[in-house]
Design a protein around this ligand. Structure first.
Ligand SMILES: C[S@@+](CC[C@H](N)C(=O)[O-])C[C@H]1O[C@@H](n2cnc3c(N)ncnc32)[C@H](O)[C@@H]1O
Length: 232
């Protein structure tokens, strides 16, 4: 029996789809307004994502990626799901001038857009692009990594994690986007085309939070952000 969150269905779409899916709208709007205005490639990519309906992380999640990379002194990051490079941009900033980001996607046009926008900020030399399915690419990506970011096919999150975890150093960080999936994971499935991904996330989340190698939880900002430290 699914839980009902009636306010979700009643209102119109925001960045990730459904307002009030995670936070009450007034809180979400307030928090968004607190973020400094983006400039340069970040602003351009937000505009592009909105225009072309490319799903990218929310601005606060981009900022969180950058903060986490800096705070954990991550120098090597692995990302599954480049899209147009919005999250990649934040990771590339976070790892610093001597850092390296390996990013994976299957869409060449999106990766080309990412490449161009990273070049705008002179960050392209920090990023290595892999153009193939995540499940194949992770095995070939040369670790070890300090930070792992998952943001591609929701049904494959467990596969990405299982493949990438051996390449993450102890003390390294895992971040996964969309773990609350507009509120549908804990509540009612509202988009039929997201049924399979929602069911997959319902299985993934307890796997992630109870994983014996991880100290993990799901944070209720953005679209629900999984955060873990590899402890063994
Ligand atoms: C949600 S978007 C990533 C957004 C990006 N992380 C950001 O915030 O800027 C998901 C991406 O996963 C890519 N994708 C789809 N199937 C994939 C696969 N099998 N392996 C890797 N990436 C895949 C899509 O092309 C899409 O660009």
């Amino acid at each position: 029996m699914e839980l009902l969150i009636p306010s979700i269905a009643a209102t119109m779409a925001r960045m990730k789809g459904i307002p009030d899916g995670i936070l009450h709208r007034i809180q979400a709007d307030y928090l968004e307004a607190l973020l400094p205005r983006r400039a340069g490639a970040a602003a351009a990519l937000e505009t592009l994502a909105q225009r072309d309906r490319v799903p990218i992380v929310d601005p606060e999640v981009g900022r969180f990626l950058e903060q986490t990379a800096i705070a954990s002194r991550a120098k090597r990051a692995l990302e599954v799901g480049t899209a147009i490079g919005y999250s990649t941009l934040h990771l590339a900033r976070g790892v610093g001038a001597d850092g390296h980001v390996v990013t994976i996607d299957v869409d060449p046009a999106r990766q080309e857009t990412a490449r161009r926008h990273l070049a705008m900020e002179r960050l392209e030399s920090r990023v290595e692009f892999m153009l193939e399915p995540g499940l194949a690419a992770i095995g070939r990506a040369s670790g070890p990594f300090d930070l792992l970011f998952l943001d591609a096919i929701k049904e494959e999150y467990r596969g990405y994690l299982d493949l990438a975890l051996p390449k993450l150093r102890i003390g390294g960080v895992v971040i996964c986007d969309n773990l609350l999936w507009s509120g549908q994971v804990a509540g009612q499935i509202l988009k039929e085309d997201e049924r399979s991904s929602t069911l997959a996330l319902r299985e993934f989340n307890p796997y992630f939070t109870n994983h014996p190698s991880l100290l993990a939880q799901v944070l209720s900002f953005g679209d629900g952000v999984g955060f873990a430290v590899k402890v063994k």
